[in-house]
Write a protein that binds this ligand. Sequence first.
Ligand SMILES: Nc1nc2c(ncn2[C@@H]2O[C@H](COP(=O)(O)OP(=O)(O)OP(=O)(O)O)[C@@H](O)[C@H]2O)c(=O)[nH]1
Length: 310
Amino acid sequence: MTDPIAPVDLANTACGFIALVGAPNAGKSTLLNSLVGTKVSIVTHKAQTTRSQVRGVLTLDQTQLVFVDTPGVFTPKRRLDRAMVDSAWGGAGDADIVAFLIDADRGITPDIELLIEGLENIPHPKVLILNKIDQVKREKLLELAQDLNGRLRFESTFMLSALKGDGVTDFIDWCVKHVPPGPWHFPEDHLTDLTMAITAAEVTREKLFLRVHDEIPYTSTVETESFKIQKDGSYKIDQVIYLARESHKKIVLGAGGQTIKAIGAESRKELMAMYEVPIHLFLFVKVREKWADDPERYQEMGLEFPHEKK
Ligand SMILES: Nc1nc2c(ncn2[C@@H]2O[C@H](COP(=O)(O)OP(=O)(O)OP(=O)(O)O)[C@@H](O)[C@H]2O)c(=O)[nH]1
């Protein structure tokens, strides 16, 4: 932990970007939150929750570690999938260190094969992280570590539980020793690069993901249209949930508006706890059949719009 009394020697700082890369559901967002010590990236049990890069910042004495949560890598089918996978590889390519995160319980899946192939072309130092050790026998962990170390060069292998926090400090300690000298990228008290408007949209998207029918999360998106700090210190937030089908609207609204009310209440509660001010949250639902082909929506999500392949 940073000693608040110790002055920072600005001529002797270190700073590095560490990309967390892996298949969907490996636990990247959970690990990012555990590393930073607070929730900066949304987490659900559903695959493909993270859609763009989310940076979480941990500043310890002279060293700043910038962990980059990336979307899971899988074989893309739709335009949005392609944008997410491109964003993940962009995160890996821009980092100083790439941490390859594996759900040790699932082992080597076709997505992992895809990742191994892609990571072979990334020259940065890599570490292997076997996650979810709370669910896996030691024998299986050792076998996996041996297998993966035989296929890619890793500087180190960590076995941890992002959820329980076991082993996370060892990974932080390693990063502190291996990031390059250089100026900090973020002010000392910053925890993430996400704006409050984007964070608020992400929190609502998480609640939507957790509440509704399986298909809807992948064909919906949430945007904050307006985020105002009121004179009394409260925040007034207007958000739009974009849906791709008229039939989804009924599901998201629920009987007598019950479902959307519950999503709004859960999101508001979390945002109040996060910002410690009263929150006035207004959710609107819009059906835009082609939102996933609209460049503006990608810009809002922090993604490059992938043009059709020729
Ligand atoms: N038991 C166990 N579950 C975990 C652990 N880490 C993450 N999970 C769970 O795994 C699921 C996926 O976690 P996420 O952090 O959203 O995974 P992700 O890799 O960011 O997923 P995408 O957004 O699909 O890329 C959630 O239900 C987490 O609670 C762990 O160490 N142990």
